[in-house]
Design a protein around this ligand. Structure first.
Ligand code: AMP
Ligand code: MG
Length: 403
């Protein structure tokens, strides 16, 4: 049985980023940059006034207030050839290019217009050279790497991309995922349950996780634990980049998923991972021509499904999208209570992590009742990571996976 780290390595090894395309910056939201973004100009492109006021020579105000001649008025988007010489200034608006000769902007609040002569102004305070001016190239130099390949495109990155001449982003295609929920006991969400039946909570939950991660989803619905039904759904699911099946991967007589996947030419890469919850996880791939489909068989218990998606499916999704791997564990959480992991597998235990001012970060394992208990998970923001056969004491530091 593989360790979590070995299983993650295998997922990475078998996942090749999807092809790239160019799109408008805003349409790249949620994707990852496929290439470094290099600044095509200095930013700002000119020395820029950062306040409304007067573009002055600071030295003119070295001895305190000074009465200056106003030789130009410069609005944002306008340039002037008028040179500011000692004893003169220009009225200037926020965002306007500085006129040649001036080195700083005196605030309009620190000025008094001469009532006799509108072409003269008294600046009432001294100013240091460079004040309220953003120099050309102060934010970015031409040729500098602004964003590196693999960066996630959030609204901030959309803004940065749109500030470039091209206004476009080169990104990997977003992955397609199909979801199959297996089980004779399942009825659709919102339906009445008969004796022994349960609602399909995994299907919609996995769809939500996939959508949140930037994938497009095809729901293939509930499939009975019968070969013919399963075969039909698997054939459809193999058209996607990733096919997820929930349930049917354990060792029961009706756990038909692994054998039915083999019958469809899906090569098993691993079955079972040393983890709790999530041990029965199945991973494989089918390559046909230039189409590769990654296949995850997730254990049916909702928390097992969620944890396996979080750890393993997400790794594959990130890779397909060309996103840089993010570290799985966040270290440095102090346990608020004793905890014993008597089992022989590492446990990812639903917990509430908390950063308290002055007290560092603490973590409280919740009163979780096992892999069917999704309700307690709603109160968790993390999975506390506990090694097998280990006793932990309150105050000890551990790592966690944020969910
Ligand atoms: P399985 O992995 O098929 O053996 O299922 C393990 C447990 O998860 C069983 O108690 C199932 O009833 C439950 N389960 C399976 N599929 C789902 C689902 N789609 N939604 C909620 N629970 C499920
Ligand atoms: Mg089942």
């Amino acid at each position: 049985m593989h360790s979590v780290e070995e299983a993650l390595e295998l997922v990475s090894k078998h996942t090749i980023p999807l092809p790239t395309h160019e799109c408008d910056a805003v349409d790249a939201l949620g994707s990852a940059l496929a290439e470094d973004l290099i600044s095509d100009s200095d930013s700002p492109m000119f020395d820029k006034a950062m306040m409304d006021g007067y573009a002055v020579i600071a030295a003119d105000l070295a001895d305190g207030p000074a009465n200056l001649e106003v030789v130009a008025e410069i609005a944002a988007g306008v340039t002037t050839d008028e040179v500011i010489r000692p004893g003169t200034c220009a009225r200037i608006m926020t965002g306007a290019p500085m006129p040649p000769g001036a080195d700083s902007v005196a605030l309009v609040e620190n000025s008094q217009i001469d009532s006799e002569n509108v072409y003269r102004v008294t600046i009432t305070q001294s100013i240091s050279a460079g004040k309220n001016v953003l120099k050309k190239g102060a934010l970015l130099s031409q040729g500098q790497i602004v964003l590196s390949a693999g960066s996630l495109i959030r609204p901030i990155e959309v803004g940065i991309l749109s500030d470039m001449a091209k206004g476009k982003a080169t990104v990997h295609q977003s992955p397609s995922i199909s979801i199959i929920s297996t089980g004779d006991e399942l009825v659709e969400a919102g339906q009445e349950t008969g004796p022994g039946q349960i609602r399909n909570s995994n299907g919609p939950m996995l769809e939500a996780m996939a959508r949140e991660a930037g994938a497009t989803v095809t729901q293939l619905g509930i499939v009975r634990d019968q070969r013919a039904d399963l075969a039909d759904a698997i054939s459809k699911g193999l058209e996607s980049d990733i096919m997820i099946l929930s349930g049917g991967v354990s060792s029961g007589v009706l756990d038909l998923v692994p054998s039915e996947l083999s019958a469809h030419g899906v090569e098993q890469i691993f079955h079972k991972v040393c983890i709790k919850p999530g041990k029965p996880l199945w991973f494989g791939k089918r390559v046909e021509g230039d189409k590769t489909t990654l296949v995850f068989g997730l254990p049916g218990n909702p928390v097992s499904s969620l944890v396996c998606f979080h750890l393993f499916v997400r790794r594959a999704l990130n890779r397909l999208m060309g996103r840089a791997d993010t570290p799985l564990y966040v270290p440095g959480f102090q346990l608020t209570r004793d905890f014993v992991n008597e089992g022989d597998r590492p446990v990812y235990f639903p917990a509430m992590a908390c950063r308290k001012e002055g007290a560092g970060a603490t973590i409280s394992p919740l009163n979780w009742k096992g892999s069917a208990d999704l309700a307690t998970l709603a109160m968790a923001n993390s999975l506390a990571s506990f090694a097998p056969n280990t006793q932990y004491e309150a105050g000890q530091f551990i790592s966690a996976v944020m969910v």
